[in-house]
Design a protein around this ligand. Sequence first.
Ligand SMILES: Nc1ncnc2c1ncn2[C@@H]1O[C@H](COP(=O)(O)OP(=O)(O)OP(=O)(O)O)[C@@H](O)[C@H]1O
Length: 332
Amino acid sequence: MIEFEDVTKQYPDGTVAVDNLSLRIPSNEITVFVGPSGCGKTTSLRMINRTIERTSGRISIDGEDITAGDPVTLRRGIGYVIQHAGLFPHKTVVDNVATVPKLLGWDKRKTRETAMELLERVGLDLKLAERYPAQLSGGQQQRVGVARALAADPKIMLMDEPFSAVDPIVRHQLQEELLRLQRDIGKTIVFVTHDIDEAIKLGDNVAVLRVGGQLAQFAPPAELLAKPADDFVESFIGQDRGYRALTFVTAEDLPLGPVPAELTVGEDGKPAGWQKNGDTLPIGAVFQRSDSLRAAMDAVLTSPIGQGVCVDEAGKPVGVIDYTGLTGVLRP
Ligand SMILES: Nc1ncnc2c1ncn2[C@@H]1O[C@H](COP(=O)(O)OP(=O)(O)OP(=O)(O)O)[C@@H](O)[C@H]1O
């Protein structure tokens, strides 16, 4: 656990970037700092690896004050990923990833093996390993940045707007990859973003900061959406929070109706189309019981006849839901 106790950072010009921040960041989970520009997210993050020193208060990792030891040793145990990846331009991809193991004096063979394994793990094509960063796309560079941060197997990863500089599609892929990777590695990740959607998608816990460096709310995403602490949090979360909250409720309890005769299935048993007035209409999106209510709603909205099809793990239809069925669950 990383604990902030009454932590304040005042820069020499008098700016109070972080004001009396107290929070507990649980181990092996993703905690996101989110808030508007200038609210002190980066300052808070960088106080953890002491690339910025706090003015007062205490920060501890597993109970030990981070100022007890030397900052260089502290930083070696903490991975750090930043926007634009911050790769060394004159080093190849694999050498970038090997930076910290080399500093730690690992033997060459083990270092290279580890670097290649990590590149594979973050989903980078190994053919790119001998390229220089400038020869990679933004998304590929970010993957290398994540691999480099993981190289010495740190317990903690700090990620400062790592996906902000890439286009929305690549960003979505990188977010999915991070969640997949985290299921395997279970690191303590502290992630900074100004994007509330990214915070809600990635965070096990979300800390919303307001300008002036004060904590407005610290909660899991579902709670944040359901019970914003005040007007600031509510407006920061945005207008469609009711809709987004559906992401956190599963479709398990939906009262499915029987599969109608109009639904045709292909040879593989999967839904093929809706028969209507002699025409075959497309199915639209389908969902599974384990998906969210948001997925179920999407299935209803994209269905040409307002019937969302629920399928089992093999993709075969098990039932349908319509607007009325959905509304019954949304507003019991
Ligand atoms: N070296 C510095 N000297 C003086 N003020 C600073 C310094 N670094 C940051 N600040 C100020 O501290 C406040 C918090 O900055 P910080 O970078 O932590 O915010 P942030 O939430 O990460 O912002 P952004 O989303 O725009 O990156 C801002 O008002 C900023 O101008």
